[in-house]
Design a protein around this ligand. Sequence first.
Ligand code: SAM
Length: 336
Amino acid sequence: MKRQCIKVPKKEGEPTRRVLLELEILDHSAKIASDETYLYLPIIRELPPVELKELPEVAEIVVYEFEGQDVKPTPEGLLGFSPGYEVIGDIALLEDEAPDPETALKIADALLRTQPNVKTVLKPLTPVIGEFRVREFEVVAGEPRTETIHKEYGCRYKIDLAKAYFTPRLSTERSRILTWVKEGETVVDMFTGVGPYSVLIAKKARPVKVVAIDKNPEAVRLLRENISLNSVKNIEAIEGDAREEAEKFAGTADHVIMNLPHSAHEFLDSAILLTKPGGIIHYYGMTPEDDLFEGSIKMIREAAERAGRNIEVLEEKTVRSYAPHQYNICIEVRIL
Ligand code: SAM
């Protein structure tokens, strides 16, 4: 069986294997192979630049012919269909359109039997709602809790799904924002949640400072734990309203992250106030497919003009599909 793999000199094999295990990217259905000089470690997906940096410099991505190996039972094998779920730490979260209670129990049982890393199965009872963007859950099976530790790009996050917003679906997006931040810059994360943008940036980009703000006291409590868990020193965690805090940090930010896509437009005046001349706003929105970017750019331009400033649009990005004909987008705008 042909697989994409990481090819490294044998002496780099074990550290590389550990990194791939940590990133949960090693393909266990194929047997690690070797020749006289190299080890070939099969992988299940592409590595974005932020993950590639974790590997030894000599590592190459190549395609190699592997032998298969016995694979453990899968949820699909037990159920006869492929259940929709995502894993956050050791919690499996059934998809939004959760099945009837009997099917949910069958899926939970199959997940607990086949996925040793899953200890709890949750079903969402509400969509993400309210100012704090949280939702309610029911424990379908396993340990009765909504708290877990989730790993992402070498950072560890304490999460409580019922108390503060978190989704692993934005992990690639977070790594994209990381690539914008340069050493010595100041970042304001206006809607930080439990800190997945702030902690990643503070740890990997060596900014001078990250100001991480959230109005939800539970999110900030978890953010403070995550700052300790990851031993980062350069984050100032603030429980407060982004609009009020913007007054205190006016003109300090090289980057402003506005990850509150349903209502970021209401905070544009504050974001512009925060941004240094030449600084960049990372503006998130939920937009219809027939106006992905233009409407948002117009609002950003108007807010800048109200403050006597100009804008330069640097990037327009469709982050993910959110609902039929609706997209989560991000626009990078320089504020002059
Ligand atoms: N950036 C985080 C992430 O990627 O997980 C969290 C994003 S979540 C969509 C938005 C966050 O904004 C929530 O944690 C919510 O509590 C916070 N929030 C809502 N209104 C706020 C405000 N006026 N000031 C500060 N934070 C606010």
